[in-house]
Ligand binder design. Structure first.
Ligand SMILES: [Fe+2]
Ligand SMILES: [Fe+2]
Length: 439
């Protein structure tokens, strides 16, 4: 390796003759440097699964910061974070050579390639945050895995589908898809196939959009209500994805042990003022011009109403959670709809709250020994601490709703919310709600 110029073929078929290597020390540092001025550009993110090996320990260290390029071929880095350290992986050495050449030739990026754990950690310190430093733990620790969450992918939007292609590989980590992946089987399959290839385990809960019966709703064979839900569950199982219909999973990764409890509770219009009856709730919302698409497309079949369906779902979930809490292990409660009304802050359409949950779940975080409660639906990213329990709203949302994050150089990877082990700094809730643009 030492002293040779990198000219090997690149993953996208190009060659990297402009890449030149400069020795960076006696043994373990190799700098790939582009000619000419350096630009703040993007780098690709993931290695194909076949390239992922726990040893030798390798790290790519970028010389400057940059977001990632969704247009580039996947295939060379196990996972990457924005920041000075852009990758950490156990990969085949030739593959990393190719990657370095690609980074330099196409992105004008300076990249240091290291193949020594101590050297990696030494070079990882300057300018990084604690989260990045913790990422440079030994392979044994990293292999315990972290738990991330992302809700409301809404893959009916082309921009979100394109964003999904930039999602990094996390071979030791797990991902929660917190509902509203999309309305169609194709969108669900896309999300399941993509995330299952990138994460060790994937957990999915349904949102209202998965449950939609698309018009014309009386088309023969078009499933409705509970049948549509079970259709989604069957698809998830084809990809080996955990659903609310499966046994709860014991999490033994970082921040564990915990019981992963995916839930499906729907809503019953009870997030409303006391002087508004349940029967009049939808009319009350309409008075301010607010009506959820659910009223036309989310059908309760075979139940007479969504309130009745919600009641059945809540009762069923309570039974399962009571059994789980008896294990004496903290739970991670995952539900598309927020469990508490006080977490529904939607100032522009406050009366939309009636479609956002049920008061029957108000105390579940205490009753069922929750460590973290994960939800989506609101498209209002936030973290709260209530009764010592962390509540994470982890929506991605419609493209316009996270456009500012993209304009700041973030991508879908920056939108992942770390559920476990969670914040490294003490989070006592004294600062109130943490409103999040990303992360
Ligand atoms: Fe949504
Ligand atoms: Fe939703």
């Amino acid at each position: 390796m030492e002293g040779r110029q990198v000219t090997s073929a690149l993953p996208n078929g190009d060659s990297g003759p402009r890449a030149q290597r400069v020795c960076q020390g006696p043994a373990n540092g190799v700098l790939f440097q582009a000619p000419g001025p350096q630009k703040q550009r993007a780098v690709p993110r993931c290695l194909p699964p076949t390239q992922l090996r726990p040893t030798p320990l390798l790290a790519l260290v970028a010389r400057d910061q940059g977001s990632l390029a969704p247009t580039l071929e996947r295939g060379e880095v196990s996972w990457v974070r924005k920041g000075r350290v852009v990758a950490f992986c156990g990969s085949a050495w030739p593959a990393l050579q190719n990657l370095c050449a690609l980074l330099v030739a196409h992105l004008k990026y300076q990249v240091r390639l290291q193949h020594d754990e101590a050297a990696s950690m030494n070079n990882a310190g300057e300018g990084q945050d604690a989260r990045l430093q913790s990422s440079f733990q030994s392979p044994t620790v990293r292999q315990r895995g972290r738990l991330y969450a992302l809700g409301d992918l809404h893959l009916s939007f082309k921009a979100n589908r394109e964003a999904l292609t930039a999602l990094s590989s996390h071979p030791h980590d797990s991902l929660i898809l917190c509902g509203d992946v999309g309305e169609s089987t194709e969108h669900l399959a896309l999300a399941f196939r993509t995330t299952r290839a990138l994460f060790k385990h994937v957990i999915w809960v349904p949102g209202n959009h998965e449950l939609y019966t698309l018009p014309p709703i009386d088309t023969p064979g078009r499933t409705k209500g509970e049948a549509k839900y079970h259709e989604c569950v069957a698809l998830a199982r084809e990809y080996g994805i955990l659903t609310p219909e499966d046994r709860f999973h014991l999490w033994e990764g970082e921040g564990g042990p915990c019981i992963i409890a995916p839930l499906f509770t729907l809503y019953d219009y009870s997030f409303r003022p006391e002087n508004v009856s349940q029967e009049r709730a939808v009319e009350w919302a309409k008075e301010e011009g607010v009506e959820a698409t659910d009223e036309a497309l989310l059908l309760p079949d075979p139940y007479p109403t969504k309130e009745a369906w919600c009641d059945v779902l809540v009762t069923r979930a309570e039974q399962r959670l009571e059994e789980a809490v008896a294990e004496g292990v903290p739970l991670i409660l995952i539900n598309h709809w927020p469990l508490r009304q006080d977490l529904v802050t939607i100032p522009r359409i406050p009366r939309f709250s009636i479609w956002c949950g049920t008061k029957k779940t108000e105390n579940w975080h205490k009753r069922f020994n929750a460590k973290v409660v994960v939800s989506g639906h609101l498209h209002v990213r936030r973290t709260d601490l209530i009764d010592g329990v962390r509540f994470e709203e982890c929506s991605l949302g419609y493209p316009r709703q996270w456009q500012d994050a993209r304009e700041r150089g973030s991508d879908i990877n920056d939108m992942l919310r770390e559920i476990l082990p969670g914040p490294s700094a003490p989070f006592d809730g004294s600062l109130g709600t943490i409103w999040r643009r990303y992360g």
